[in-house]
Ligand binder design. Structure first.
Ligand code: CO
Length: 204
């Protein structure tokens, strides 16, 4: 099976060179992506493919349930490098409907370490308890939680000191919240874009 992957890789590299002989030479020298993608690890949500971007065009951080926890050094290292060094112009927080991680946060079952990782989602759920009580369809409830989770992570990113400092320096930087649909492959913009500290304060 791994032989197949290696063969796929050789084909892919050959195709890239066939359409653009300088492709790898150019990328070898530097990466200059304009976007940072913070998404879920789910194998059905392949970042570059969804938005049609080539290698070198999208800086990517993925974890279970697309979280941006202010104490997570992995996420923070990615964020700082993207903002301070790469100077990306857009940060895309991209959740997806039907997210198993989001569902696992609130289904009451114990799984171990991941229950702690998913804790911020339970907080979002508790904050919006009334809204959820009014949604009778379970799938609809999960999908709404996926949206609210993205909005919460947008707030985390937009209120982070790395992002604040970038705005203070006059750097052009926006944070966006999207949700991807597994059923039709389309991304929905939640219209919670934040491009300055004032807009960040207005987020719920
Ligand atoms: Co997911």
């Amino acid at each position: 099976m791994l032989e197949q992957l290696k063969a796929n890789n050789r084909d892919w590299a050959a195709r890239k060179v066939a359409t653009d002989t300088e492709f790898f030479h150019r990328l070898e020298r530097q990466q200059a992506p304009e976007y940072l993608w913070i998404g879920c690890s789910d194998s059905r949500v392949p970042a570059n493919e969804i938005v049609g971007l080539d290698p070198g065009e999208l800086f990517v951080h993925r974890n279970v349930a697309n979280l941006a926890p202010p104490q997570d050094s992995n996420y923070l290292s990615v964020l700082q490098f993207a903002v301070d060094v790469l100077k990306v112009k857009h940060i895309l927080v991209v959740g997806h409907y039907g997210c198993g991680g989001v569902g696992a946060a609130v289904d009451g079952r114990r799984r171990g370490l991941v229950d702690h990782w998913l804790h911020p989602i339970r907080e979002v759920f508790d904050q919006h308890r009334q809204e959820f009580d009014a949604i009778l369809d379970e799938r609809e409830r999960l999908n709404r939680l996926c949206e609210l989770n993205v909005m919460r992570q947008v707030k985390n990113v937009a209120t982070d000191v790395f992002v604040r400092d970038a705005w203070t320096r006059g750097q052009n930087l926006s944070v966006h919240g999207w949700v991807y649909s597994l059923s039709n492959g389309l991304v929905k913009d939640l219209d919670v874009t934040v491009s300055n500290p004032l807009e960040a304060e207005r987020l719920g």
